[in-house]
Design a protein around this ligand. Structure first.
Ligand SMILES: C[S@@+](CC[C@H](N)C(=O)[O-])C[C@H]1O[C@@H](n2cnc3c(N)ncnc32)[C@H](O)[C@@H]1O
Length: 313
């Protein structure tokens, strides 16, 4: 479902406008930021159309400086669909209700940067919180709502596994979701090359991942103990219905709100609040803050938030 945008992307800054004008002039001359001839015509108006479509569909506010990025990511789609230029591709997208192409369009424009134990200070805080919750509840529910290729939810799962050794009887469910179906499929596999897992401290890597064999010789595979607590679903945070059952003890929503404008962030936060347990925690990314939503969440420091009705400590 495509929600109707109620707020347009934020107006560009002067620097962004100058960059956009420079890129638009390059584009009309058939060149990119460099002097290389472009394969497909890509006018400033096409870029504006892409910006509006991805904002309406996924809430992503693309800065006006992202023309080259948009060109290179979508040029592949034009090639695959045998399109002559961007205008033709976008006409097709808008007119055809081609769900498969919409999915590929959105997947092409997401940014999926992530890593194991990114922002590592969050994980001891998570363990501490979960141990406190476990004193009164056998079932713990966690939602990781921008899971990307899975490094974040597997870091959560490793933290859980270390906090509750086998036989503790503690039950933990981790719902892992993302808008992008490609990254989610890769997260669900739980298989990573050595370069990706190298940030996992030695002991934890050996405990929670096994070394692949044969065709997977250089890969590390998440062990079943981790995977058993995890489930995977495509969820667009902008869509009106989330298939998420509360109450949740923890929501990880890190490094995705930065792509949304403040009104969109606020609407999402207002929907997180009733899903959380009274004592629940919301983990945000390092450059995100929710000071514009103090009526909903208050900061506990270190980009961790609690529901606003609760006083800290
Ligand atoms: C930069 S990654 C962050 C991954 C991870 N949370 C971390 O901090 O390492 C942002 C993720 O948000 C996802 N995303 C973007 N818009 C979304 C939306 N409307 N709903 C759900 N996920 C979205 C992207 O597909 C991408 O995988």
């Amino acid at each position: 479902m495509t929600p109707t945008p109620e707020t347009p992307p934020r107006p560009p800054t002067l620097t962004e406008r100058l960059a956009a004008i420079r890129q638009a002039s390059n584009a009309t001359q058939g060149t990119g930021g460099s002097s290389v001839q472009r394969e497909f015509e890509f006018r400033a108006a096409d870029f504006e159309r892409v910006r509006k479509l991805i904002y309406a569909h996924a809430g992503i506010s693309l800065s006006p400086t992202k023309q080259d990025m948009v060109y290179s990511r979508l040029a592949r789609r034009l090639r695959a669909k045998n399109m002559k230029n961007f205008a033709q591709y976008l006409d097709h997208l808008e007119a055809s209700h081609d769900a498969g192409e919409w999915e590929l369009f959105v997947n092409s424009l997401t940014t999926n940067l992530t890593s194991f134990f990114r922002e590592p200070h969050h994980f001891p805080l998570l363990a501490e919180h979960l141990k406190k919750v476990a004193l009164t509840r056998k079932q713990i529910n966690i939602w990781c709502c921008a899971a990307s290729t899975g490094e974040e939810p597997y870091s959560i799962a490793m933290t859980v596994a270390d906090a509750f050794p086998r036989g503790s009887g503690q039950q933990v469910s981790i719902l892992c979701s993302d808008l992008d179906t490609d990254v989610l499929a890769s997260a669900e596999k739980g298989v990573y090359p050595f370069e990706r897992v190298s940030r996992i401290p030695g002991g934890e890597l050996q405990r929670h991942f096994s070394r692949g064999t044969g065709a997977q010789e250089n890969m590390w595979i998440a062990r079943p103990e981790l995977r058993r607590m995890m489930s995977f679903k495509r969820i667009n945070l902008l869509e009106p219905n989330w298939p998420v059952r509360g109450p949740l003890d923890v929501i990880f929503c890190r490094n995705v709100m930065i792509y949304f404008d403040k009104p969109t962030q606020y609407k999402i936060l207002a929907r997180f609040a009733p899903l959380l347990q009274k004592e629940g925690l919301l983990f945000a990314g390092h450059s995100e803050n929710f000071l514009h939503a103090v009526d909903l969440f208050h900061s506990l420091g270190k980009t961790v938030y609690a529901l606003a009705h609760k006083t800290p400590g």
